[in-house]
Design a protein around this ligand. Structure first.
Ligand SMILES: Cc1cc2nc3c(=O)[nH]c(=O)nc-3n(C[C@H](O)[C@H](O)[C@H](O)COP(=O)(O)O)c2cc1C
Length: 259
């Protein structure tokens, strides 16, 4: 089979053309479809299946989220799933197997990485499933940035850690494909090759131009800033970043996630 013809077909084509969708039509996403998407998520490779999702349906529940993070357009999606790292159920299951298990210790880096990776794979499978159903989606990291506030607002029990909102619905926009680093940055054969500084700069320029010509921040951030400026702000060290980091770290630690 030739790669060129495969690119135009089925699943590969859906993956190669996927974009995050942040504006949705009002068409509802029924419970059957929601369950199908979650079931497809569950088919991702897994180790402990240390995740849970909570569908945010009730307008009052949704209002609580908007009160926390502001009225972001994707929060009007017909299907919003709060993706949680479920250390609670995982730890309870381990406890049934043995009293002295790793999640009861202070040190379990392997299990931590595996739990996070499998949760990401679960979420990505749901993203692809949505595409296969001609639905769009976007991942939002609001819960990860304010896990304690989300936990309280949604009355989550201890050790159920809210990480992401996956917003799904029928697309009401058709944005361009967003930039990606060249394949050569990611794919190495036999030995790792550092991209040169010029190559890194060239990609940053390309990404800046692509986002600016899409009007990305105007559309989604209601901002006139250039994308490059936004990136600088996003990754710069600051007092507020430090505060967020220690709040998140403290909440994670108290939830049994040691990072
Ligand atoms: C872990 C993670 C967190 C994200 N958080 C947000 C977010 O909070 N808000 C948002 O608008 N998009 C968010 N996104 C979506 C990215 O902005 C988007 O995937 C990226 O800009 C590339 O665009 P594309 O998905 O259309 O190719 C997130 C994506 C990931 C993987």
């Amino acid at each position: 089979m030739r790669a060129a013809s495969v690119r135009r077909r089925g699943l590969i084509s859906a993956m190669l053309n996927r974009r995050s969708i942040r504006y949705f039509s009002n068409a509802p996403v029924g419970e059957e479809v929601a369950k199908l998407i979650i079931e497809a998520g569950q088919r991702a490779p897994c180790v402990y299946q240390s995740y849970s999702v909570i569908r945010l349906n009730d307008p009052q529940t949704r209002r609580k989220v908007i009160e926390l993070v502001g009225d972001d357009p994707p929060l009007r999606a017909p299907l919003i799933l709060l993706v949680c790292l479920d250390v609670r159920r995982t730890s309870r299951t381990f406890s049934l197997l043995t009293e002295k298990h790793v999640l009861r210790t202070e040190r379990h880096p392997v299990e931590t990485v595996e739990m996070l990776i499998e949760t990401a794979m679960f979420m990505e499978n749901m993203v692809i499933a949505a595409e296969a159903l001609a639905l769009g989606s976007v991942v939002l990291d609001y819960p990860l940035r304010a896990p304690e506030e989300f936990s309280r607002a949604l009355s989550l029990p201890e050790k159920v850690i809210p990480l992401f909102l996956l917003c799904v619905g029928q697309p009401a926009e058709s944005p361009p494909l967003r930039p990606r680093v060249p394949l050569e940055f990611v794919y190495h054969v036999d030995r790792y090759r550092d991209p040169t500084e010029e190559e890194l700069q060239s990609y940053l320029r390309e990404a800046d131009e692509a986002h600016n010509s899409e009007g990305y921040l105007r559309k989604y951030g209601n901002s006139d800033a250039k994308y490059g400026e936004h990136l600088v702000q996003k990754v710069s060290q600051s007092k507020s970043h430090e505060e967020e980091a220690s709040d998140v770290q403290r909440f994670f630690r108290s939830s049994g996630l040691i990072i």
